[in-house]
Structures are given as structure tokens and as C-alpha cells.
Design a binder for this molecule. Structure first.
Ligand code: 4AD
Ligand code: MG
Length: 457
């Protein structure tokens, strides 16, 4: 028996005599002696209309089939007389695989984002989340395609680490709980503190300084207690790291990368993106197209501060004031990307005082070779830098930041054995999806969001 997906069936060029489809019923409409079942199997946004006569095998159970039920329909794919659809399935048999009750939570109406978060186990069955997860999947493949085409090696950095890459103190500590031990008697498994990684960068650098160009793509954890729409405790980050790259080459790569993923989504997810453009954010397709096609802006941090101050003087109201040395807030980032330039903006050369120890100190001694990419609606999408490859400068930076060099012995040693300029960045995958879809809350671009106080699923 031929069991194509609904997506494949709806793209068929000719009628098919005998196919089997399985999926979940969106609606059932009854007529005299037969019913229409709108079936969705998650392969695409569209439903397949199945016309089921009461007299076919299994047809006697038609009236038990409510929204949400899992069914199998065998039949013939024929041209549909109905408007707006090319094909329908004329059933020769019906099987009710798993019934759903009358109070199935996903009845045919619009549900609030808050409600859907409370049913994270069911929300993938909605049009919106089906589309989102297909886009998320395509974007993942686009990431791998891009780096593979650019000659990168995909590497896997550890999730359990002993260091705080970003030095921001946002670590989750990991405790071993060997079988039978009491919680407070948990063995010190590693003989030292262990944490969930906040970034694979430090471990990726040695791989770049051996393999040339590498990238990671994996889960990342931050115990940020800020309950914002852009921060999750668990998110996915893409981190390329390249030997012999400076900050400009780093920005060039980041720009090409974001453009390639945007282009891939436009080319491969048109129907799913159209749903977001219609229902969530009427500008999201236009923005994505602009990202794919038009060059990004590049700006010194210093210049950005001047622009923000000028905007303030001209009446723009920010909650937080800006001066050289302030960490920009989302409101500032969004002002620059949305109002000032109306496109993605790289800010570079940030004050050393607000950036981590590993960033390369510039000749002015005041700034580091850092770059952030700010995009409309989201703010910071990428954070990256050229790394400090000079041992003495790195040691001085660590000392200035009060870091104990002991656990970083291997990181420092790398600066003694064939050290070389290198650079890299981290892109928050959920933020990229927020940008592509216009979804304003990070909780709605990941299947099981982890945020403060939320670990239900
Ligand atoms: O700017 P960040 O902190 O940079 C780093 O971790 C570097 N070590 C990356 C590197 O150079 N290899 O984080 C990078 C990106 C941010 O720009 C943001 O998009 C995302 O990761 N991000 C988060 N996304 C969701 N929830 C959070 N709590 C995030 N924190 C950072
Ligand atoms: Mg950052």
C-alpha cells in the first residue's frame, strides 16, 4: 500500500488509484449518507479532504470521529469538485485509530498564546505550531547546508562544562545523584563544580585552531532570571569559529549566513511563512526578503551611542540613558535596527569594560573587537568577536576581570602553541525564528520552553 504524506498527495500531478493516509481529524462535516473529514498529518499546512461514505468498511464509526481523533483512510485520490482544492480522497475504508472526546482542547477557533503554552503537548497540532516546527526544521537544515558548503567541520562541544564562558554568572550547576544516595549526599562526581554550558565557544576555539573552520549547533543554558520575551533558560545556539579570521571577515561570514538561511526559508517554506505573514506579523515576509537581498548596516558602537543620544535629544524616549560604556538595552537595539536603519545592523568595537575576557583588545586599548548583529523586532541576534590570541594580553584581561586562570590552563596554552588570529560568533536560533515568523515571544518558537518557573512538560 502506498502511504504518501498529505503534502506529497496534494502535489500529485495525476489521480492515484489506491493510497493510505493517516493523520488527525481537524473537522468532520456530515451530509446525507456520507461525511467530509478534513485530515492533517503535519506534513504541510493544508488538510486533505476525505469523502467517506457510511457504507464503506469502518464507515459505521463515522459519527464517533470528532476533532482530534487519529484515523487511517484508504482510498482513491481524485480531482475535487470543491473550490480551492485540487484533490480529495474518496474513501474505500476508514479506521478509527484513536478517538478524541468532545472536550478535546483544540476545537476549531483561535486560541490565545497563553492557553496554547499550557498545552504544549497538543499545540503542535495547530496550524500555527505545525508551520513553526516545519520552519524550525528547515532552518536547521539551512544552517548545516550553509556551513557545509563553506567548508566547515561540524563539531560537538560538551554540554557539561567546568567554566563560565561569558563570565556573567548565569550558570546552572549540575549535581550527580548516584542511585541510592540522598540528595544532600550527592557525590562530587567530577571532583569540581560542573555546569551546563552557556556557550561552546571556549571548547570550539581549539577545534578551529586545528581544523580551520568549525561550527557547533546545540542546546545552551542560561540561568537568567529575567522574565523577558527574548530569553529562555534553554535555547539553541549556532557557533562558528574560524582560524585566521579577523572581525571584518567574521561580520562578512555572519551576514552571508543570515542571508542564506533567510533565502532558504523563503524558497522552502513559502506556505508556512505566509501563515505568519497573514496572522502574526504582516511585515515578516517583507523583512525576511530584505534580509536575504539587501546589505546590512555596519556601525561602530561609539557611533551608535552618538546616534542614540541624538535621538534622545530629538525627543525619542528611552527607559535607560546611554553613554559610552553602557550595555545597550533591547529598546536601543530595536531603535537602531527598526527606526534608524530599518534593517539589520552590526555594531562593532564595544568598550572592553562591558565585554568578556576573551575578546581581542583593540589598539585604542579601550575597546575590543566585538560585534553584535541587531535586527528589527528582536534586537540582538548575534554576538561575536575576534578572540584575544596574545597570551600576555589575555592574561592581563583575565586578571583585570578577577578570573582565576587555573581552570583555563588549556585555553591559555593554546596561545603558546601555534597561536593565530581567530574569530567566531553565536547566533540564537530561537531569535532567528522569532525574526523570520514575527512571533514576539521566545516561548512560542520552541516546543517545550524553559523559562523561570516553567518546567511543566
Ligand atoms: O552574545 P552571547 O552571550 O555570545 C556568546 O555566548 C558567545 N560566546 C558566542 C560566540 O562568540 N561563540 O550569545 C549569543 C547569542 C545572542 O546574540 C542571542 O541571540 C542568543 O545567543 N542568546 C539567547 N537566546 C535565547 N535566550 C537567551 N537567554 C539567550 N542568551 C543569548
Ligand atoms: Mg551578547
Amino acid at each position: 500500500m502506498h502511504t504518501p504524506s498529505i503534502k506529497t498527495l496534494l502535489a500529485s500531478l495525476s489521480p492515484l488509484p489506491s493510497v493510505l493516509v493517516r493523520g488527525w481529524v481537524r473537522t468532520r462535516r456530515d451530509a446525507k449518507g456520507f461525511s467530509f473529514l478534513e485530515l492533517n498529518d503535519g506534513s504541510c499546512l493544508a488538510n486533505l479532504q476525505c469523502v467517506v461514505d457510511e457504507t464503506v468498511p469502518g464507515g459505521d464509526r463515522l459519527k464517533e470521529i470528532l476533532t482530534g481523533a487519529a484515523v487511517a483512510v484508504q482510498g482513491e485520490l481524485i480531482p475535487s469538485p470543491a473550490k480551492g482544492q485540487q484533490w480529495e480522497l474518496k474513501a474505500v475504508s476508514l479506521e478509527l485509530i484513536g478517538p478524541a472526546p468532545e472536550d478535546y482542547p483544540l476545537q476549531k477557533k483561535r486560541h490565545s498564546d497563553e492557553f496554547l503554552r499550557s498545552i504544549a503537548h497538543l499545540r503542535p497540532r495547530t496550524n500555527k505550531f505545525g508551520a513553526l516546527f516545519r520552519i524550525r526544521s528547515e532552518a536547521s537544515f539551512a544552517v548545516h547546508d550553509f556551513f557545509r558548503n563553506q567548508g566547515f567541520t561540524y563539531v560537538h562541544t560538551p554540554i557539561l562544562t567546568g567554566s563560565d564562558c561569558e563570565g556573567a554568572g548565569e550558570l546552572f550547576r549540575v549535581t550527580a545523584l548516584p542511585r541510592g544516595s540522598k540528595e544532600d549526599a550527592a557525590a562530587d562526581f567530577f571532583g569540581r563544580d560542573a555546569f551546563l554550558t552557556v556557550s561552546g565557544q571556549l571548547e570550539a576555539e581549539p577545534l578551529a585552531l586545528s581544523l580551520g573552520k568549525v561550527y557547533t549547533f546545540g542546546p545552551t543554558f542560561r540561568a537568567e532570571n529575567s522574565n523577558t520575551a527574548r530569553h529562555a533558560a534553554e535555547f539553541w545556539m549556532i557557533e562558528p569559529e574560524m582560524a585566521f579570521f579577523d572581525l571584518t571577515a567574521n561580520m562578512d561570514l555572519a551576514e552571508a549566513f543570515v542571508k542564506a538561511v533567510a533565502r532558504h526559508l523563503l524558497d522552502h517554506c513559502a506556505a508556512d511563512l505566509a501563515l505568519f505573514n497573514q496572522w502574526v506579523d504582516k511585515e515578516c515576509l517583507a523583512r525576511l526578503t530584505q534580509v536575504a537581498d539587501a546589505p546590512f548596516e555596519r556601525l561602530e558602537y561609539r557611533e551608535a551611542v552618538r546616534l542614540l543620544q541624538a535621538a534622545c535629544d530629538a525627543g525619542e524616549s528611552f527607559q535607560y540613558p546611554v553613554a559610552f560604556g553602557t550595555d545597550l538595552q533591547t529598546e536601543h537595539e530595536r531603535y537602531l535596527a527598526e527606526k534608524k536603519f530599518g534593517k539589520p545592523v552590526f555594531l562593532c568595537n564595544y568598550p572592553a569594560s562591558i565585554k568578556p575576557f576573551y575578546m581581542r583588545v583593540n589598539d585604542d586599548q579601550e575597546t575590543v573587537a566585538a560585534m553584535d548583529l541587531l535586527v528589527p523586532t528582536v534586537g540582538e541576534l548575534i554576538g561575536g568577536s575576534q578572540r584575544e590570541e596574545r597570551l600576555e594580553v589575555l592574561q592581563a584581561r583575565m586578571q583585570a576581570q578577577g578570573l582565576d586562570p587555573a581552570p583555563y590552563w588549556w585555553y591559555l596554552e593554546l596561545r603558546q602553541y601555534g597561536s593565530a588570529p581567530h574569530a567566531g560568533f553565536g547566533l540564537g536560533f530561537e531569535r532567528l525564528l522569532m525574526f523570520a515568523t514575527g512571533i514576539p515571544n521566545i516561548r512560542d518558537v520552541i516546543a517545550y520552553p524553559r523559562t523561570p518557573g516553567s518546567l511543566e512538560f
